[in-house]
Design a protein around this ligand. Structure first.
Ligand SMILES: NC(=O)NCCC[C@H](N)C(=O)O
Length: 430
C-alpha cells in the first residue's frame, strides 16, 4: 500500500473551497475512455470521442502541476486495486455490479441491467470477476465488459449473450470517473458518498463507497449520505466557508437530495447554513460548479449571464422542539445568491469575477469550463488555458492562474474542479 499510505500532519478533510490543498483524489483517464464511440458517447455523457493518449498526457500535466506544489495525488484506480485485495471488498464489488438493479429501469438500450443478464450469464460473469486479480478486477469494473468479450467463453447456453448485439455492455464502462468531484465530497472531516443522477454514472459512487469503506487509509473516516439516497452530485456542493455549504439543485441534485444533505449536515453539527441554489436544468449548467467556483475566501469566478438571476434559499436548523422532536428546517425566502452567500459567510461582499470579456466570449468560455477552477490556496487556482478572457480577468483581480491544457479532457464537459476531489485542505485561519 506504499502508493497511498497516510501522510502526516493536517488531518483528512476540507472545511472550505480554498484552504491550501494537501491531498487530492484524481482519476487518470484509462481504458474506459477507449469504450466511447460515436454511437454511445451521448449516453455516456461525453460530447465527443476523445483522443485517449492525448487526454492522458493532459491529465499527467495537470497532476504534475499539483505535485510541484507538494500536493499529494491519489489515484482512484490505485485505491480501488488496493481495496480489492480484501475479500469482503471483492465480494461487495461483485454483488454491486451484478446485482439486480430494479431501480435502473430507465437504463437505455445498449447496456444490460443486472436484471437483464439472466442466470447463466450472471454466473459466468461472477466467476470471471472472482477469478480476476485486484488489478484486473479494477479494469473490469471501470472499463466494463462487452458481450463479444465473453460470448465464446460460456460453456452453458445463454440466450442473452446469443441474442444481444456484440457491442452491448454487460457491465457498463465508467468514462466519467475522470470527474472525481462528483462521486464523493469531504464535509468537512467525513466523506459524503453521493448519489449520482444519470444512469451512466450511478455505479461510480458504489466504487467510491467501497474505497472509503474498506481502504485502510480511510479506516478512521466516517461516511455520510450514500449512493442509495436521494440524488446529490459533488459538482453541486460548494464549501463557501466553514459551516456554509451551497448546494446547486438542477439537472443532477434534486430538492430532496439537497434537503437530505442539509439534514445530515445539521444533525452532525457540520454546517450551520445550507444554501439551496436553483440551477437551470441544461447540459451547460449541469452542476453549480459549471457557473461558479471560489478562487479566494471572498471571491468567486462566475458566469455573468446567470449572476444577476441566481437565487438561493438559506436553510438552517430550527431550534429543537420540546421533547427532542426530529430535526426541522427553517427555510428563508429566496434571495440573490451573492447576497445570501455573503450573509451566511458573515462577510460584507462575495466578490464576483466574470467569465469571458463580453456575452459571446462568456458563453463560449462557460461552455469550456472557464468557471470550473480548482483552488490550490487562496488566490491560486488551476484553469484551462483555452479560456483566455476569463483567465485574464482572474489575473487582473489578483488571482494566480495555473494554466493546463484540456482539449481532450474537456470533451467530457468538465474542468479542473470537476476532475479533482480534495481530500485534505489546510483549515482556513479562524
Ligand atoms: N462537476 C462537474 O461539473 N462535473 C462534470 C461532469 C461531466 C460528465 N460528463 C457528466 O455529464 O456528468
Amino acid at each position: 500500500m506504499a502508493a497511498t499510505s497516510a501522510a502526516p500532519g493536517v488531518p483528512l478533510g476540507c472545511d472550505s473551497e480554498v484552504g491550501t490543498l494537501r491531498t487530492v483524489l484524481l482519476h487518470r483517464p484509462g481504458p474506459e475512455l477507449q469504450r466511447l464511440t460515436p454511437r454511445n458517447n451521448d449516453r455516456l455523457l461525453f460530447d465527443g470521442v476523445p483522443w485517449v493518449a492525448r487526454a492522458q498526457d493532459e491529465h499527467d500535466a495537470f497532476a504534475a502541476q499539483l505535485r510541484r506544489r507538494d500536493i499529494e495525488v491519489l489515484y482512484l484506480t490505485d485505491l480501488l486495486t488496493e481495496t480489492l485485495q480484501q475479500d469482503d471488498a471483492r465480494r461487495a464489488a461483485i454483488t454491486d455490479v451484478l446485482g439486480a438493479h430494479p431501480e435502473r429501469a430507465d437504463m437505455p438500450i445498449g447496456s444490460a441491467r443486472g436484471t437483464d443478464l439472466g442466470d447463466p450469464l450472471r454466473a459466468y460473469l461472477a466467476a470471471m470477476l472472482a477469478d480476476a486479480d485486484p488489478a484486473e478486477l479494477t479494469v473490469l469494473l471501470t472499463a466494463g465488459v462487452r458481450n463479444d468479450e465473453v460470448r465464446s467463453g460460456l460453456a452453458t447456453g445463454s440466450l442473452v449473450t446469443t441474442m444481444l448485439a456484440p457491442e452491448t455492455f454487460l457491465i457498463d464502462p465508467l468514462p466519467n470517473l475522470l470527474f472525481t468531484r462528483d462521486s464523493s465530497v469531504w464535509l468537512p472531516d467525513r466523506v459524503a458518498i453521493t448519489s449520482l443522477a444519470m444512469p451512466a454514472r450511478r455505479r461510480e459512487s458504489q466504487l467510491t463507497e467501497l474505497i472509503y469503506r474498506f481502504h485502510p487509509r480511510f479506516a478512521a473516516t466516517s461516511r455520510t449520505h450514500g449512493h442509495h439516497l436521494e440524488h446529490v452530485e459533488g459538482g453541486d456542493v460548494l464549501l463557501l466557508a466553514p459551516g456554509v455549504v451551497a448546494v446547486g439543485v438542477g439537472e443532477r441534485t434534486t430538492p430532496a437530495g439537497a434537503e437530505r444533505l442539509a439534514r445530515l449536515l445539521f444533525a452532525d453539527g457540520l454546517a450551520h447554513t445550507v444554501l439551496a441554489v436553483p440551477v437551470a436544468q441544461q447540459r451547460a449548467t449541469m452542476h453549480l460548479d459549471t457557473v461558479c467556483t471560489m478562487v479566494d475566501t471572498d471571491k468567486v469566478v462566475m458566469y455573468p449571464n446567470v449572476a444577476d438571476t441566481l437565487q438561493a434559499y438559506a436553510v438552517t436548523p430550527r431550534e429543537p422542539g420540546a421533547g427532542g422532536a426530529a430535526l426541522e428546517l427553517a427555510i428563508a425566502p429566496a434571495e440573490p445568491f451573492l447576497i445570501a452567500a455573503a450573509k451566511a459567510m458573515q462577510i460584507d461582499t462575495l466578490h464576483r469575477i466574470d467569465t469571458g470579456l463580453d456575452p459571446v466570449s462568456a458563453e463560449r468560455e462557460q461552455w469550456d469550463d472557464g468557471n470550473n477552477t480548482l483552488a490550490l490556496a487562496p488566490r491560486l487556482a488551476v484553469a484551462y488555458e483555452r479560456n483566455d478572457g476569463t483567465n485574464a480577468r482572474l489575473e487582473e483581480a489578483g488571482i494566480e492562474v495555473v494554466r493546463i491544457a484540456g482539449s481532450e479532457l474537456g470533451s467530457g464537459r468538465g474542468g479542473p474542479r470537476c476532475m479533482s476531489c480534495p481530500v485534505r485542505r489546510e483549515p482556513l485561519p479562524g
